[in-house]
Design a protein around this ligand. Structure first.
Ligand SMILES: [Zn+2]
Ligand SMILES: [Zn+2]
Length: 355
């Protein structure tokens, strides 16, 4: 195998400082990261070069042994993940760049750190709500068919009253660490235990309901509250009401509210608009009419000489502002009903009026 020059790969001189090597690596790794469309082989090569040059001590060994270093390195790292933490690698910086160390080096999850904790699936559903209920708020009972935590064992997988035994592979830790002795010292790799998938324990007697799984598919009835003021398409999140998963967090439930259109009311922001047809006489002389609102029938004073198309505001009878105390208004567009059948006398009066 041809000897690779790690300095060439990172594009730095042999006299570059550790800081310059680190910066060169970050730049190259960004450029060639497979998630960003880079070449995986090239990316691997860059990592390899940085593994050798990123640490002053291994770099000195590389400088001294050249190609034999590469061979020794290969023997040393075979099959094991390389742990950059052992090499003084700046993990924080790279996590920021790539959203997790595992993404760069293809590591398996490092148990106990929470980053790769199992999480149940999210559930999304739609709920139809009549116009008035979206304004005032409502509660709904919904039935979901989903994976739930087993009620009998509380998710532990063990028959109530029975205990647990440690996983024989990991001794209950949920992770296995592997020590690799290599040319430049012992390297420890920690991976999630493949036998117990990181849980660490097996029930002594499996739960009779879920057969040790800790979760079971079934129906669950949930009472949900729909807040007053929610608009069509608004989504409410119920944390932890998604699907359960053994040894991890349940997902969330997302309820998207579909507000049914109303035959008389139209929502515009937090205001409600409607039309009212009033008598010719009321428009001319003024009066009081009953207007349907989301709070029931309300009296509206019509001033004398009201024209058709006039809009009158009924304050505070609109939609509540979600999450704050205020409320929109109700606007009524007035239309005047012209009498259809007029007696001769009435016609005469109107003609006189026009003059
Ligand atoms: Zn285990
Ligand atoms: Zn159970």
């Amino acid at each position: 195998m041809a000897h690779k020059d790690y300095y060439d790969i990172l594009g730095v001189s042999r006299s570059a400082s550790q800081q310059e090597i680190k910066e060169a690596f970050r730049k190259k790794a960004m450029e060639h990261h497979p998630d960003r469309g880079g070449d995986a082989a090239k990316f691997k090569e860059i990592n390899e070069a940085y593994q050798a040059l990123g640490d002053a001590q291994t770099r000195a060994q590389y400088d001294q042994y050249g190609s034999s270093f590469e061979q020794l390195r290969r023997q040393g790292f075979q099959g094991a993940g390389f742990d950059p933490r052992e090499m003084g690698f700046d993990i924080g910086d790279l996590s920021d760049l790539f959203g997790g160390l595992g993404d760069i080096f293809g590591f398996s999850a490092r148990g106990g750190q929470g980053r790769r904790e199992a999480r149940g699936r999210d559930i999304e559903i739609e709920v139809g709500v009549p116009f008035e209920e979206a304004v005032h708020g409502a509660t709904r009972e919904i039935e979901l068919e989903k994976i739930n935590q087993c009620a009998r064992c509380g998710g532990s997988g063990a028959e109530p009253g029975s205990g647990f035994k440690n996983c024989p592979t990991c001794g209950g830790a949920g992770k296995v660490s592997k020590m690799t002795h290599s040319f430049f010292g012992a390297i420890q790799t920690v991976t999630t235990c493949a036998s117990c998938h990181g849980i660490g324990k097996y029930p002594e007697k499996e739960c009779g309901s879920c057969h040790g799984k800790g979760v079971a598919r079934g129906k669950r009835v949930l009472k949900i509250k729909i807040p007053g003021g929610i608009d069509d398409g608004g989504t409410i999140r119920f944390a932890g009401e998604g699907e359960a998963v053994r040894g991890g967090k349940p997902g969330d439930l997302y309820v998207q509210v579909r507000v049914k259109a109303h035959k008389d009311f139209e929502r515009r922001g937090n205001d409600i608009w409607s039309r009212a047809v009033i008598a010719f006489k009321t428009a001319a002389l003024g009066g009081v009419v009953d207007i349907p609102t989301v709070d029931g029938l309300k009296e509206l004073k019509i001033p004398a000489s009201t024209q058709s198309g006039t809009v009158i505001k009924m304050k505070g009878l609109g939609v509540p502002h979600l999450g704050s105390g205020g409320r929109g208004d109700h606007f009524v567009e007035i239309h005047i009903k012209v009498p259809e059948h007029l007696s001769r006398q009435q016609k005469k009066m109107l003609e006189d009026f026009e003059e």
